[in-house]
Design a protein around this ligand. Sequence first.
Ligand code: DUC
Ligand code: ZN
Ligand code: ZN
Ligand code: ZN
Length: 484
Amino acid sequence: MSTVIKGGTIVTADTTFPADVLIEGETITAIGKNLSGDKVIDAAGCYVMPGGIDPHTHLEMPFMGTHSADDFSSGTKAGVSGGTTMVVDFVLPGINESLIDALQAWHQKAGKAASDYSFHMAITWWGEQVWKEMEEVVKRGINTFKHFMAYKGALMVNDDELYQSFLRCAELGAMPLVHAENGDVVARLQQKYMEIGTTGPEGHAFSRPPEVEGEAVNRAVMIADQAGVPLYVVHVSCEAAHEAIRRARSLGQRVFGEPLIQHLTLDESEYFNPDWDHAARRVMSPPFRNKVNQDSLWHGLAAGSLQVVATDHCAFTTEQKRMGIGDFTRIPNGTGGLEDRMPVLWTKGVRTGRLTMNEFVAVTSSNIAKILNIYPKKGAIAVGADADIVVLDPKKSKTITADKQQSIIDYNVFEGVEVTGLPRYTLSRGDVVFEDGKVTAEDGRGKFVERAPSPPVHEALSSWKALKTPQPVERSAENMPIGV
Ligand code: DUC
Ligand code: ZN
Ligand code: ZN
Ligand code: ZN
């Protein structure tokens, strides 16, 4: 059976042109004028773009004494409703748990996925077993390892562990990811705000200021340089973090930064809403920031110093959030966004002129496909690519509301936001999975996408490179550097 998407305008990360797309089986087999196929999808007046890839989700994840509410079924259905055809979720081994056991558990959960998915592996503890198993993880199609520099006493790794794991990533051709916040400082600030009686959600924002994020990004960047490995910084929320990334890139380091749609469009005033539920529903780490920091993120996307827009989709119900009444440190951290990322970014980015359509495709799909080494199978409208496609109708509008969302939680942080530019159709490997406002995908049709390691491309740049091949230095007056 073949399908042709007819009469639309193709928008890729590079170019925009009118053409039809022919799909045979799961793959794009032709792009051109006047194509025909067994089934016709009408794309008149629409943009035909690569399906979105959300590289940062937490589906059914045990966390902070509970577990995130959306699973791989509701999560991927939320995704396809908003034009996202692939998610990358985080495998989170318990302390001392085998990475391979944890990976198997995640494969089990992901069995329900309605669209394709992949995993990052989190390094939550360190030891010889972890060092060994990292190689097996790479063999099983995972080329990224996530490190939490925060969540002290739970997920956090220290600098020694970070450095050792980064070195191991370099050896394996894998890339480290960091959640960059200084967890020691956060823990002290949390204690301080609780002691002075700031126990509400605003205490969450006060205890995680931009400085703790900026410091951690700087540290991670420097450690990555010393280990000779590229680095991907998740949920970049502020100028201090963005500045550290810009500086590293200007020095030739391969460092990538990922803002979230929430940080781009929602700000810290949400935490001062007198309604406790309203504020707590928006508690995530890092917290929402002020407008100056928001602007920095938008500028980074336009300038290319930030490459990817994700969600960190980690949804909790109001009842779960209420675990933190009287103690903000117990409010489960996380917000949703899988269904809303692309429509909100189109509305607030493309329609306002902050991003071009091609930049929109780059930051929602193509850039991350390249970074994760799955391009052009994913992230492209090209012959031979998987037919993961969104047919976006730029005239279609809605008001975001929890009542109509796929996510199973009872609210939406974008409640009441008007969006224009919505999928008319979403296709996943050639199947129509969303049409006429309805999800048509079945649970379990999603496939695991293996990602091969990359050759270790990023040699250490700093003076530490010298340590790789230590040379004995003869100390004499002549060979001392000038000025010493
Ligand atoms: N931040 C969140 O808000 N939730 C999940 C994990 C994280 O880092
Ligand atoms: Zn559970
Ligand atoms: Zn994080
Ligand atoms: Zn996360």
